[in-house]
Design a protein around this ligand. Structure first.
Ligand SMILES: O=C(O)c1ccccc1N[C@@H]1O[C@H](COP(=O)(O)O)[C@@H](O)[C@H]1O
Length: 215
């Protein structure tokens, strides 16, 4: 599917950012969450975002940010999208949009069919939804864990256009994930790394080619 939109998340260097842009990434993500091996200070994320400007949408990933962090991230990174990957309520998602004037992508963890019940409330206030696996027991991160959820749960769900699929995707499974869910947008972090936090240009290119059905 050549119209598939791809986000590469957790980029941390100019070289890997350039690799993602050259391979045709539609969105590039920068993680600001100190516990993550992909954590970037806001000024570093801002430098990479300026490098990508005009070539891809820039996303700053935050987890349960307070108002001060939101303002600092908007100022330093000037993101096209703020990805909220914590326990933000629908009311908080709406408030983040109102306060920053930025588009907001809300990540929602999916483990069982019950989790789909929360989606309409988020869809009403978020500019985009991103569906991720819930963290496995003992995980210290709310995302970026390289684990998938049962894609077939989405068969009965009515999802807004542009909803992104994430969680444990890689070049070997992304085509099947797209086919099974019917979604047309994907996000990857661990699946294009050689070790946590270290992106691999060859894996980034392979992932984007596989997502677009070019292999
Ligand atoms: O990537 C991280 O370090 C991260 C930290 C905190 C919250 C979310 C994070 N990443 C997001 O998690 C999903 C799935 O990642 P993976 O491909 O399974 O590793 C993705 O949306 C990332 O943006």
């Amino acid at each position: 599917m050549s119209n598939v939109r791809v986000k590469i998340c957790g980029l941390g260097t100019e070289a890997t950012l350039d690799a993602a842009l050259e391979a045709g990434a539609d969105l590039v993500g920068f993680v600001h969450f100190p516990r993550s091996p992909r954590h970037l200070a806001l000024d570093a994320a801002g430098r990479l975002a300026r490098r990508a400007r005009g070539r891809a949408e820039c996303v700053i990933l935050l987890v349960d940010p307070d108002d001060a962090l939101l303002a600092a991230a908007a100022e330093a990174v000037d993101p096209d999208l703020i990805q909220l990957h914590g326990r933000e309520s629908p009311e908080r998602v709406a408030e983040v949009h109102r306060r920053t004037g930025r588009a907001v992508m809300k990540a929602v963890g999916i483990a069982t069919a019950d989790d789909l019940a929360t989606l309409p409330a988020y869809a009403a206030v978020a500019d985009r939804l991103l569906l991720d696996a819930k963290p496995p027991p003992g995980a210290t991160l709310p995302g970026g864990n390289g684990v998938s959820f049962d894609w077939d749960l989405l068969a009965q769900a009515s999802l807004p256009a542009g909803t992104m699929l994430s969680g444990g995707l890689d070049a070997a499974n992304v085509a099947e994930a797209l086919a099974r869910t019917g979604l047309t947008a994907v996000d990857v972090s661990s699946g294009v790394e050689v070790r946590p936090g270290e992106k691999d240009p060859a894996r980034i290119a392979a992932f984007i080619a596989a997502a677009r059905g070019r292999v």
